[in-house]
Design a protein around this ligand. Structure first.
Ligand SMILES: Cc1cc2nc3c(=O)[nH]c(=O)nc-3n(C[C@H](O)[C@H](O)[C@H](O)COP(=O)(O)OP(=O)(O)OC[C@H]3O[C@@H](n4cnc5c(N)ncnc54)[C@H](O)[C@@H]3O)c2cc1C
Length: 386
């Protein structure tokens, strides 16, 4: 994997070392995943945990985390590297972080002790349950309800598109508790997968297979000790969690795009046609130039957002720009790589063919591109006057 960007000033020496170490570890440890997608995913979580990479996905050194706060540049470099090597490994890493992020940020010491160290060791699989059949982009339209019963909560409703649904050991769940209308009446809970009343209503197959499900809650009782933060704070907790991981989606897209550029370059320089190499034609060169420029642009936006967050600045606008530019750009870069491969580009099992499927959902989840455009425009217009 090309690592020139590690010399950029966004990184400290520890980031460079981390990325290089994972780059050396990944090829030997990620390629042998066998079995169905659930089995592969469980094995990858365990492997990433045993090797210590998941320590970066949680906060708190006393709970197995690599640092006391999540290092955004570290998770971005790890995701970029994992995505370059193995899409499902990137997914497994990302979900351990996203699924436990609210516990890292708002968990009580007892909640952190119980969940985070197992997540960091790869012994418990985490999931983040926010979306519903009628509340995707419009999170505040959430209908799943958690009724206060005095000593706990009774949860009723559905969640869908839940990554790790079916294999998770616990779900960080967002449900309406009604303290106020709209987004101010939502709370966050940790729900263990074996809690009575929680069932997997449907497993969902997608073009880049990973564990995904619709969950149904029917009089699912959770004790008050499973509430995260305070009641009514759930929307804020969800947005804070997404704020960290949104930039890392950009990093994953960057890893896919960088891999596509690598594959495209190697194909263009090895494919003979019309008495020369594909790379000798200016039309192919234009494609490669555009691919490389898109990759570097996405990398600059991604690591600017990550660096800025690690300096303690607000990154609402920067993270949205990074996510939009990196995911949309990666789609174009990967498409160009498929084109350079000709018929081989769409053959099942080709790297560029799997990248083509892997990238698509990143333009939709954790805020579709259109949602990022609205966020960027809102931030721009805040400071604009006529
Ligand atoms: C593979 C995958 C994994 C996922 N994993 C998780 C998970 O782990 N946990 C979880 O909670 N959710 C998860 N999701 C759900 C994801 O976050 C939602 O799919 C996403 O928020 C979009 O919601 P929706 O699917 O309901 O689409 P809708 O909200 O119906 O949006 C459809 C489209 O409308 C457009 N749009 C949206 N808003 C606007 C607007 N204001 N103006 C104009 N156009 C707009 C966009 O193009 C958008 O894609 C996952 C989804 C996928 C596909």
């Amino acid at each position: 994997m090309d690592t020139e960007h590690l010399d950029w000033p966004f990184f400290d020496e520890r980031h460079r070392t981390l990325a290089r170490e994972l780059g050396e570890w990944a090829p030997a440890h990620l390629t042998h995943a066998q079995g169905d997608v659930d089995t592969q995913c469980r094995a990858l979580v365990r492997r990433l945990g045993e090797a210590g990479w998941l320590r970066h996905a949680v906060a708190g050194t006393s709970h197995g985390g690599a640092a006391d706060v999540i290092d955004t540049r570290a998770i971005c470099l790890l995701r970029e590297t994992l995505a370059w090597h193995h899409g499902l490994a990137d997914f497994a890493f990302a979900m351990q972080g996203l699924g436990s992020g609210a516990i890292s940020l708002h968990g009580t010491p007892a909640q952190q002790e119980r969940y985070l160290s197992r997540v960091a060791r790869g012994e418990a699989i985490a999931a983040f349950a926010l979306s519903e059949p009628n509340a995707g982009s419009d999170v505040a339209a959430m209908a799943c309800e958690a009724r206060d019963t005095g000593d706990g909560y009774l949860i009723n409703g559905e969640k869908t598109w839940i990554s790790n649904g079916g294999i998770a050991d616990f779900y960080v769940l967002f449900a309406r508790t009604g303290e106020a209308p709209g987004s101010r009446g939502i709370s966050a809970f940790i729900v263990d997968a074996d809690t009575p009343g929680l069932e997997i209503a449907e497993r969902i197959d997608v073009i880049a297979p990973h564990p995904l499900a619709r969950l149904r809650f029917a009089d699912c009782a959770v004790p008050r000790s499973q509430l995260l933060g305070t009641a009514g704070q759930g929307f804020k907790i969800a947005m804070q969690t997404l704020d960290i991981f949104r930039t890392s989606v950009a990093a994953a897209a960057l890893g896919f795009a960088r891999r596509a550029l690598h594959e495209g370059l190697s194909r263009a320089t090895s494919r003979a046609m019309f008495g020369q190499r594909l790379a000798d034609f200016q039309l192919a060169q234009a494609k490669l130039a555009q691919m490389a420029t898109t990759v570097d642009g996405a990398a600059l936006l991604t690591y600017r957002a990550a660096w800025q967050r690690d300096q303690g600045h607000n990154v609402t606008r920067e993270a949205a720009m990074a996510k939009m530019a990196a995911t949309e750009g990666a789609q174009q870069v990967i498409d160009a790589a498929v084109q350079l491969f000709g018929g081989e580009g769409v053959r099942s099992g080709q790297i560029v063919e799997s990248l083509y499927r892997e990238i698509r959902a990143l333009r939709i989840y954790e805020g579709a591109t259109e949602v990022q455009q609205l966020i960027i425009a809102r931030e721009l217009l805040k400071g604009a006057s006529a």
